[in-house]
Write a protein that binds this ligand. Structure first.
Ligand code: 5GP
Ligand code: ZN
Length: 114
């Protein structure tokens, strides 16, 4: 996707601070962090929104959470608690149209998230 911000991060056209990369995924620090640790985990492949996922991508989503768990370990945020969040659609706050899992931690998390 030529005009997609996160595809440009995947290709390296836009720089990012990566904390993990593998065949399917990359993870990098959010430019506007909402917690001491705020990492975005994204598939290399362009998928616009969660509701575009197909059955064949079930494992991809599972891998995203497993990566988040490993990054949470690396960041030392497991014992204090962490949160993973997908925003789907404008009403939920999605602003980049390439699916991404937010990993947030390093401070107390409140509920409901608002
Ligand atoms: P959304 O609001 O779509 O759930 O999350 C998009 C996230 O991407 C936001 O938290 C925002 O701060 C982050 N973001 C937007 N542009 C960039 C960028 O160029 N680099 C990085 N690292 N994060 C970005
Ligand atoms: Zn994209």
């Amino acid at each position: 996707m030529k005009e997609c911000l996160f595809c440009k991060i995947v290709s390296g056209e836009i720089p990012s601070t990566k904390v993990h990369e593998d065949e399917q995924l990359i993870a990098f620090r959010d430019v506007n962090p909402q917690a001491p640790t705020h990492v975005l985990i994204i598939p290399r492949r362009h998928i616009e929104r969660l509701t575009d996922l197909s059955e064949s991508e079930a494992e991809l989503i599972g891998q995203m959470q497993l990566s988040a768990n490993k990054i949470a370990e690396q960041e030392g945020i497991v014992s204090g608690g962490f949160r993973t969040v997908f925003n789907c659609g404008e009403g939920a706050g999605q602003s980049v149209w390439h699916i991404h899992m937010h990993l947030l931690g390093g401070r107390p998390m409140h509920w409901p998230p608002g």
